[in-house]
Design a protein around this ligand. Structure first.
Ligand code: GAR
Length: 219
């Protein structure tokens, strides 16, 4: 079967994109090639996601996300985790960076480090993560390899709020991706990423509705 010739299910389905009183002020975190970061940017520039990316933070020198930020004209800060004595010290620096940029919510778009309550508690309910599996299955590293090894027939991706536990927290949205005969890591990863690029902007918009209505309720 052709790579693109299969059906996919996104839950909740993509509907009308919400508009906010003012665009969501997002911080984004990435460690890798940055395709999800660029998907967020594209959803903003095409007018779907009512948001601004105030800053991208990366923790890997030379990672693809840095070059994308340069090309897209988005402020990018490199924070080398090896220079911080503890995870908490690194997260304090991330919180400072986001607060300096007026960020209201943070999207982990391929962030490959465990975060601590220092970051989670600074953005309560406003820190979200994308993971390449249908959580709660296949948490942690190499989710796609785990999924192929388990022999499941449906893979996918999940966007969830981050709690103090790896790849866990209330689920915002998921996309199911069937596993096709002859799939290997690369093929399946490619198809999952195609869905991630649709799912992450939509899940961010859904989360934004909660963030903004919570702000209104509080005051
Ligand atoms: C994405 O597939 C994302 O789901 C995964 O890293 C990739 C980053 O790709 N995240 C995790 O595995 C987190 N546990 P990208 O750099 O091209 O956006």
């Amino acid at each position: 079967m052709d790579d693109e010739c299969y059906s996919t299910l996104i839950v909740p389905a993509i509907g009308t994109w919400p508009r906010f009183d003012s665009p969501l002020r997002l911080g984004v975190m990435a460690s890798g090639t940055g395709t999800n970061f660029e998907a967020l940017h594209n959803a903003i520039t095409c007018g779907d996601l009512d948001a601004q990316i105030r800053v991208l933070v990366v923790n890997k020198a030379g990672c693809g996300a840095i070059a994308r930020a340069e090309r897209l004209g988005i402020r990018c800060e490199f924070k080398d985790h090896r220079l911080f004595p503890t995870r908490e010290a690194m997260d304090e620096e991330l919180v400072r960076t986001f607060q300096n940029e007026g960020v209201e919510a943070v999207v982990m778009a391929g962030w490959m480090r465990i975060v601590t309550p220092v970051l989670i508690d600074a953005f309560p309910g406003k820190l979200i993560n994308i993971h390449p599996s249908l959580l709660p299955s296949f948490k942690g590293m190499d989710a796609i390899g785990q999924c192929l090894a388990a022999g499941v027939t449906i893979a996918g991706c999940t966007v969830h709020e981050v709690l103090n536990d790896v790849d866990a927290g209330p689920i915002l949205a998921q996309a199911a991706v069937p596993i096709l005969s002859g799939d290997n890591r690369d093929r399946l990863n490619r198809r999952i990423q195609t869905q991630e690029h649709r799912l992450l902007p939509w899940a961010t918009a859904l989360a934004g509705q909660r963030w903004r209505s919570a702000t209104r309720t509080q005051g």
